[in-house]
Design a binder for this molecule. Structure first.
Ligand code: IMP
Length: 431
């Protein structure tokens, strides 16, 4: 089987969890390369819904080993709570879950600093997930972060925590101390996680290289989406990691030669949580219907997702940046009742039309979408597992997306369950 990368092609919440869960059935190793406990990967197995925020979805697979790479930021309390939760649900991680010794830790003061920034007048409010992601990556880039590997030595750990806490307390006029966050307290808390975390530490790059040399199938699990990428997203309304293809290499220490296929996950319409531009956003009844039919609430924060139509220029941008070769199109069934489905084919920027994202991506907040209307199918597709059973207008909608993006269709998801899936590489369906 090919080594695949699965990436979100919009603003996150495309349904990556479900797609990764389906593809993990063929994988020997599932490796996550970026983000932290801000992700919300929802998987429905045998009628039970499981939402993972930090662990790779591979932990729910019977055969795969799972790996968190150096590009992931790890909140030890969230990690241990999630391990306990999946174990409670019958999925054992012992001997199956591994963590890079170079991954950075998210600590309580990162969450405090983030909450402070989000509520301070004078700071741009991003609408983050409040998981401490931004400050943890800021510490990493500023070379004052605490890494999982620091847990092996008390002295090293104390020095690393001191570096970060000292810096933030200094520039915030003692905010940490005022909130009871001290170096001693934090080191003590971290020492409590050593026994659980140290046995999982590995050299992620070597683990992947060994797996590849053995001929194992590797699945690279993305988090968030292309438009939330720290460099290519709608900055500053983005997350703090590389969510596009480059993150795989830098977040795991792998060669691009290991990758055979890049799968972009595309929701059949568009959603976004948090603040920032969203050209095809709808309001009123249309937004309410999409929100209701798609159960569009954030898996991590429970926030209502903003909803709108499919945005082809934004998707083309995601395809270009990550070299997406295949797509998994999700939530097709949410559109089942519509007579007409508008799709944004270009942006009008002050009278000039383009099917590409503006050079200055911040202009996405002022461009006007140019829509083409495609006929709906007004027939239920929920639960459909055979491409040929889809109504012809639904197939035309899917084909139109793939042809516009120049990609192949790999998966169509017609419901949250594992089995509510059309896999085009297995069914041998003619597309
Ligand atoms: P942060 O990643 O918590 O710093 O949040 C930054 C932005 O990314 C906010 O707009 C969040 O709503 C968004 N975001 C982060 N993770 C996800 C996700 O998994 N799905 C959708 N949006 C996300």
């Amino acid at each position: 089987m090919p080594n695949r990368v699965v990436l979100g092609a919009q603003w996150g919440d495309e349904g990556k969890g479900k797609v990764i869960d389906v593809l993990a059935g063929d994988a020997d190793l599932v490796a996550r390369f970026a983000g932290g406990a801000n992700a919300g990967h929802t998987v429905k197995i045998d009628g039970r819904t499981i939402a993972l925020h930090l662990l790779p979805v591979g932990v729910l697979s019977e055969r795969a080993q799972s790996l968190l790479g150096n590009g992931v930021v790890i909140d030890p309390s969230a990690l241990c709570a999630e391990i306990d939760e999946v174990r409670h649900r019958g999925f054992e991680t012992k001997g199956r879950l591994w963590i890079s010794a170079s991954a950075h830790l998210v600590l309580p003061h990162h969450r405090l600093i983030e909450a402070h920034g989000e509520s301070s007048a004078g700071c741009t409010k991003i609408g983050t997930t409040n998981r401490g992601i931004g400050p943890a990556y800021a510490d990493k880039a500023a070379r004052r972060g605490v890494r999982t590997g620091d847990l092996v030595s008390v002295e090293r750990l104390r020095r690393a925590v001191q570096n970060s806490v000292g810096f933030w307390d200094g520039i915030s006029n003692g905010l940490l101390a005022q909130n009871g966050l001290t170096v001693d307290g934090m080191v003590n808390e971290l020492l409590g996680y050593r026994e659980r975390i140290i046995p999982m530490l590995v050299d992620a790059s070597r683990m992947i290289d060994d797996a590849d040399r053995r001929g194992a199938t590797i699945l690279f699990e993305g988090a968030q989406g292309a438009l939330l990428d720290i460099d290519f997203g709608t900055y500053p309304f983005v997350t703090s990691s590389t969510t596009t293809i480059g993150g795989v290499m830098s977040g795991l220490g792998v060669s691009p030669r290991v990758i055979d296929q890049v799968v972009g996950v595309v929701k059949a319409y568009t959603t976004r949580v948090g603040l920032g531009p969203f050209p095809t956003e709808q309001e009123g009844t249309v937004a309410d219907r999409l929100q209701e039919r798609g159960h569009e609430f954030g898996a991590t924060t429970g926030r209502k997702r903003r909803c709108g139509w499919l945005d082809l220029p934004a998707l083309k941008y995601a395809v270009r940046i990550s070299g997406i070769s295949h797509v998994a199109i999700t939530k097709l069934d949410v559109l089942d009742e519509l007579a007409e489905i508008p799709v944004c084919v270009a942006y009008d920027d002050g009278g000039k039309q383009s099917d590409d994202v503006p050079i200055d991506i911040t202009r996405l907040d002022s461009v006007k979408p140019v829509y083409r209307s495609l006929p709906g199918w007004q027939t239920p597709t929920a639960g459909c597992t055979d491409y040929d059973d889809l109504p012809s207008n639904a197939r035309s909608y899917l084909k139109y997306i793939c042809e516009s993006l120049g990609v192949e269709m790999l998966i169509v998801s017609t419901g949250p369950g594992r089995e509510e899936t059309i896999c085009l590489d297995r069914a041998g369906a003619a597309v």
